[in-house]
Design a protein. Sequence first.
Length: 440
Amino acid sequence: MQVLKFGGTSVGQPERMHAITRLITRNDQPKIVVLSALSGTTNTLVQMGEALSAGKKQEAQSLIDGLDQHYQAFIEELLSTQAKKDEARSMIKEHFEFLNITLRISFNEALYRDILAQGELMSTKLFTLNLQEQGVKVCLLPALEFMRTNEDHEPDLAFIENKISALLAQHAGDKLFVTQGFICKNYKGEIDNLQRGGSDYTASLIGAAVRADDIQIWTDIDGMHNNDPRVVDKTFPISELSFDEAAELAYFGAKILHPASIWPAQKYGITVRLLNTMQPESAGTVISQASINADVKALAAKEGITAIKVKSSRMLLAYGFLRKIFEIFEKYRTPIDMITTSEVAVSVTIDDDSHIDQILRELKPYGQVDVDADQTIICVVGNFVAEQKGVVNKIFDALLEIPVRMISYGGSRHNISLLIDSKNKVKALEKLNEHLFKAD
Ligand code: ADP
Ligand code: ASP
Ligand code: MG
């Protein structure tokens, strides 16, 4: 079984849906196709939910109407027979009736997540109708029946595995399955999601659950680039990455992959390929257990980071100090990304500041607490062997004019992380690109 995930831009135009139809029917290997919502849909649903929660019903209504028109035009171009167009229109109508009802009932978080789920529900149904019109036999698997998160909001892989195996067994004769990325149910049975960009995570979880031959993430670029192509010119695709390297890049901001999307594939050693729907013949990036040559491979940047420093003379020689500090973050379920220590102080970074006031209040008794908001972690990923000289020099040369707030090196052999002020992010990425990737 192969798992193929197509992102928003890959299904965002009727002709792109036709292109992926051709792509997945090139051979008759069994496949599970995971789809995102049409590009722009989830953003519009987010805006609509925000308008509703702010009581701006008029604004929410016009967002719904705009989206409805978009889908009407999409159906007209996607499908050619009147029968299938009618089927698509009545299917879409139900989703828009639901969205319109949300304007008249009281808003809450569970309803908001239900609103966000409509994009993937519609895209998969449209794609299925398109396949059927082309005479392709397809089975639509409802992700809400097998994709489940637990009380810690983490995917419940055992549940997913059991449910999806049972569903596949019910359709033993079928070879082509389509399902929704992103959406799931939580432990309370409510509709939920795997966070923005979560369809990559869905694909990896399904790949792990069915022990797929490989997991293909089809998007609008020819693989993982060595730097953020939205920020820096002259980036290039990386042909091979290890799971660890890809996980670091995804976690530290490479938008092409959801931050958590590597571990399920890694758990079962399933190769992940990043491929371009616009150029299906490009090699893309292969992510597997193997790691090639000790070198700098790529950079990524994660914005919205807050650095917290606790300075205390009592830290000197005091065992248990770090544990007490970490327990405070644990209590508020706030993950720490970077840590640096000196004799008298410890600095940590967090990307979720929703409990920062409580955390700061509880840190106060341990010493002087300083906070720097609007920071960015730059993550340099490669296969650094300790003896390898030069990488750190090149990084410092590149950042000569940029103040560095924290550095983390040696935690793993794949990552050197630097914390800088977000206002210097673009310059830092450009300078590092010049210094780390220029021809020697
Ligand atoms: P999809 O809708 O297919 O999930 P995304 O927009 O989520 O696509 O991810 C693909 C985009 O990620 C690319 O168009 C590119 O702009 C961005 N991106 C950011 N960093 C990288 C990187 N290091 N390599 C490749 N793409 C990256
Ligand atoms: N549609 C969702 C989003 O835009 C999930 C995804 O595309 O991966 O975030
Ligand atoms: Mg994405």
